[in-house]
Design a protein around this ligand. Sequence first.
Ligand code: ADP
Length: 175
Amino acid sequence: MHKGPLVPNSTKTVLTAVFPGSFDPITNGHLDIIQRGARLFARVIVAVGQNPGKEEVFTSAERVAMIADLIRDFPNVSVESYQGLTIDFVRQAGGDMILRGIRDTLDVRDELQAANTNLIVGGIETVFLMASDQYTLTSSTFIKQIVAMGGDASTRLSALVPTTVLAKLRAKLAS
Ligand code: ADP
């Protein structure tokens, strides 16, 4: 517990954040967190994992390739895939913390549970960035549903998903 007056911390630390998720596929909401994270941390490693609770559309290699293409211009951002526990990957990759995005109160509940578990079991802290206004309702799941149903709405998705990703999603769901 913090006691006494707050002392400004003048020593800047150089930290690596690991941003884990399923990214199936990556959306502009994820990219926003990556971009903002890249300004705050020395390095950001986007970690593509498996979520047993979600059926996957893209393979892990496909997701990594799409992300690699989109982060080309960010020298301090890289992407890797991993299997198993996120805390093990963070340690093995030399990460200092987990970075996650929060969209709404539903996310808060789930994330609180995961962050506490990762802290108690793995000794790894999680830091959060709140989703930017325009992406608070963007989710890979809904984007997949809209593309799968086709129709006019899917052409307007380019506000929420990179166009390269949208094209790959259309091709995948059409086949
Ligand atoms: P997971 O299955 O591990 O939740 P996701 O790919 O769905 O993986 O999400 C990865 C991370 O990105 C999570 O922290 C999630 O809250 C965050 N995220 C997802 N969509 C958005 C968005 N639109 N804006 C900000 N953060 C987001």
